[in-house]
Design a protein around this ligand. Structure first.
Ligand code: OFO
Length: 157
């Protein structure tokens, strides 16, 4: 049994974030499956890859909580949302999930700062950086999609 080095107040949001990362993985998994059955093999591969990354994030939280003397509690994962209408909808929703996730991580970092819990603050910084990368990547894909659809519309007129 390790000496507990995180507060009760911190253990709760860390645990919630662990489950949220598992939820993120389910979202990617379900969108990937939707993309695959709709003939979007490249997008499906991209989403499956991200599903794996989110699972690794979930495990990073689990290890961190336990390593700091807390108890990572594996909880039920909320069902993913309904299938997107089309690729644009899929990308917009994926981006919104990532933005919501970034905000949730920001809350942990903010609490760590308040509590002067520099270990958790440092741990959280990895995720802050990761979220910037993920949001940027999906924003780029969305820009490309919007450009391509605009082009297609112009060509039809
Ligand atoms: Fe979106 O990456 Fe996890 O946190």
């Amino acid at each position: 049994m390790k000496t507990k080095r995180i507060s009760e107040k911190m253990e709760k949001p860390l645990n919630e974030q662990m489950t949220r990362e598992a939820f993120q993985a389910q979202v990617y998994l379900s969108y990937a499956s939707w993309a695959e059955v709709n003939g979007l093999a490249g997008i499906a591969a991209f989403l499956y890859k991200h599903m794996n990354e989110e699972r690794q994030h979930m495990f990073k939280f689990l290890k961190f909580i336990n390593d700091r003397g807390g108890h990572a509690l594996v909880q039920a994962i909320e069902a993913p949302p309904v299938d997107p209408k089309d690729l644009g909808d899929c990308l917009r929703k994926t981006l919104q999930h990532e933005i919501d996730n970034s905000k949730s991580i920001d809350k942990i970092v903010n609490l760590a700062h308040e509590e002067k819990d520099w270990a958790t603050f440092n741990f959280g910084q990895w995720f802050v950086k990761e979220q910037i990368e993920e949001e940027t990547l999906i924003n780029k894909l969305l820009d490309q999609y919007n450009l391509a659809t605009d082009q297609k519309r112009q060509n039809e007129n």
